[in-house]
Write a protein that binds this ligand. Structure first.
Ligand code: COA
Length: 270
């Protein structure tokens, strides 16, 4: 695995943990971090040792959002470069994570501001420390949730919550983030890694092709008509048969019919 200046990547038990690693700058996303993240996600895409990807932050911080200095200020008079970084920044958070062929999980260990919301939203699942601090801080410095952040809010939050937090800039904790559906669940800080990794490992142990179909079926059918979605679903079913040599019938269903396990209560042993 390549060594990245702004990321740490550790692989364990079928999971890759990607840590945003600029603690001195509260893991703010500078252009280098966007470049590194884009490259790392491509590298992990076909890495069989990474069946699930977990994204977290170094130290006590998840991510302080876009790097206000290196991005907004230093690139202000370089429009071509600004636009190139802008596109890269929205691409990996807004699309790569969303349509990634494997599950991606955000593990929010502390501050999570502005642009970091789009990392959390782009992930399939998200967990946070109960005392993590979330904030759409843009309004506090006279901006709005730009880039892909407004779209992220519209994708996930109820209108009242998105506009309340977007307009007040009020901070909220992990418990509130779970209550409003921005994350799945909050855990006590000292349990966050253990609990999140238990879930990541559980998912990583499932059939990789079935996981991919689960994600594709949800993500892509969202914006389809019923007719297109059903056609897509049938095509996905046939794709799955091809990708895993019909393991869901030959093993998943057959072993149930032979009384070897109960899929309602446990995962297939093989
Ligand atoms: N962009 C660039 N630099 C940032 C940053 C950001 N988003 N967030 C923090 N930093 C830098 C600070 O400028 C400081 O750099 P310096 O040591 O060279 O002066 C360093 O990180 C530490 O920040 P500091 O404010 O001293 O740390 P703190 O722990 O007291 O506070 C925050 C942390 C995150 C609450 C505070 O830094 C902050 O409000 N950051 C802006 C968050 C934001 O609005 N993000 C939305 C961007 S879209």
């Amino acid at each position: 695995m390549t060594t990245y200046e702004t990321l740490l990547i550790e692989k364990t038990d079928g999971c890759a943990v990607v840590t945003l690693n600029r603690p001195a700058k509260r893991n703010a996303m500078n252009p280098g971090l966007h470049r590194d993240m884009t490259a790392a996600l491509e590298e992990l895409r076909n890495d069989e040792a990474a069946k699930a990807v977990v994204i977290t932050g170094a130290g006590d911080v998840f991510c302080a959002g876009m790097d206000l200095k290196e991005f907004f200020v230093e690139l202000k008079d370089k429009p071509a470069e600004y636009e190139a970084v802008w596109k890269m920044a929205v691409e990996w958070r807004g699309r790569t994570l969303r349509y990634y062929p494997k599950p991606v999980i955000a593990m929010v260990n502390g501050y999570c501001f502005g642009g970091a919301f789009s990392i959390v939203e782009g992930c399939d699942l998200a967990f946070a420390a109960e005392d993590a601090v979330f904030g759409l801080s843009e309004i506090n410095f006279k901006l709005f949730p730009g880039g892909c952040v407004s779209k992220s809010l519209a994708n996930l939050l109820r209108p009242r919550d998105a506009l309340y937090y977007g307009m007040t800039g009020d901070k909220f904790d992990g418990v509130e983030a779970a209550r409003i559906g921005f994350i799945n669940k909050a855990f006590p800080k000292d349990k966050l890694v253990e609990e999140t990794m238990n879930i990541a490992r559980k998912i990583a142990a499932k059939d990789v092709h079935a996981l991919r179909a689960t994600k594709d079926g949800y993500r892509f059918s969202l914006e389809m008509s019923w007719e297109a979605a059903m056609n897509y679903s049938m095509a996905k079913e046939l794709e799955l048969v091809q990708r895993q040599s019909d393991a869901w019938r030959k093993e998943g269903i057959q072993d149930f019919l032979e009384g070897k396990y109960k899929p309602g209560l446990e995962t297939h042993p093989g």
